[in-house]
Design a protein around this ligand. Structure first.
Ligand code: NAD
Length: 268
């Protein structure tokens, strides 16, 4: 295949590339860490979950992959200095940053205290901001890279967790601003907006059943399906894509509400 088509499988390969996945110890971040490692990347699993993160790095090493764990609280600028230092000492470069770490609050406007609101913003939104600010200059030193911010399909609608929703809408704005700013450094910045994926974040939530029921594809997504999209956007195959957000939710955002109307009125 020619250079221009972008369809050469090598363009999805990460050999020689260094990838940081925040919140990489479990859930979608774990699937992303595993996929990047399988495609040849040196992966830095960055998380507050030290035991799980270390165990994952060791498991990947045992499979012959290149992986390290670093303790990273994404909301703490000092913590980012440590993660960047590890990448520099280990491989001298950073090619991909996945801002995946996230928490939920699951409380209404009326019931959310200021501290809870600020905690969600600090991890979900400020964490990605600090990540981009810390990592983009390092990427620029070696000719560019790709950043993928994990937003949500809640970043397109009003969700009953307002702090989470606002942080995920905010990530879409941050994505576009950063894409504009760093295009000149050959750094692409995109957002992935998953629908329901059953992980430690929501496994015990009562909303799983109704959400699956309303999802046109009638199921939740898997962490591996999300990881595939993240890896594509981080790869050279997505070389002309920047500043965009990609919903991956089995059709929920596309029209779950009208599908329900059509089902209830017998149209479908
Ligand atoms: N699960 C879903 O249905 C769903 C849907 C849309 C978007 N998302 C988003 O996907 C991302 C991954 O979530 P998940 O479903 O894998 O959940 P998860 O809870 O399994 O994983 C989140 C990870 O982030 C880490 N983390 C939390 N706070 C951190 C901090 N301050 N610093 C560093 N790491 C921290 C956790 O330790 C954990 O490993 C999140 O941003 C989440 O908002 C999830």
């Amino acid at each position: 295949m020619s250079e221009e088509t972008g369809s050469d499988p090598e363009r999805r390969d990460f050999a020689g590339r260094v990838v940081i996945v925040t919140g990489g110890a479990r859930g979608q971040g774990e699937a992303e860490s595993r996929l990047f490692a399988a495609r040849g990347a040196a992966v830095i699993i960055a998380d507050v979950l030290a035991e799980e993160g270390r165990a994952l790095a060791e498991a990947l090493q045992a499979e012959g992959r290149a992986a390290r764990f670093v303790y990273l609280d994404v909301s703490d600028p000092k913590s980012w200095e440590g993660a960047v230092a590890l990448a520099r000492d280990w491989k001298g470069r950073i090619d991909v940053l996945v801002n995946n770490a996230g928490i939920i609050n699951r409380s209404t406007v009326a019931n959310t205290g200021l501290e809870a609101w600020e905690r969600v913003m600090k991890v979900n939104l400020t964490g990605a901001f600090l990540g981009i600010q810390s990592v983009a200059p390092v990427m620029a030193e070696t000719g560019g890279g790709a950043i993928v911010n994990i937003s949500s399909n809640s970043g397109f609608s009003g969700h009953y967790d307002p702090a989470y929703t606002a942080s995920k809408w905010g990530l879409r704005g941050l994505t576009r601003s950063a894409a504009m700013e760093f295009a000149g450094n050959s750094i692409r910045v995109n957002a992935v907006c998953p629908g329901l994926v059953v992980t430690g974040l929501n496994a015990s939530s009562p909303h799983l059943k109704p959400m699956i029921g309303m999802t046109p594809m009638q199921r939740s997504g898997t962490p591996e399906e999300i990881a595939e999209l993240v890896a594509f956007l981080a790869s050279d195959a997505a070389g002309f894509i920047t500043g965009e957000d990609f919903v991956i939710d089995g059709g929920f955002t596309a029209g779950a509400a009208y599908r329900r109307v059509a089902t209830e009125t017998g149209i479908f």
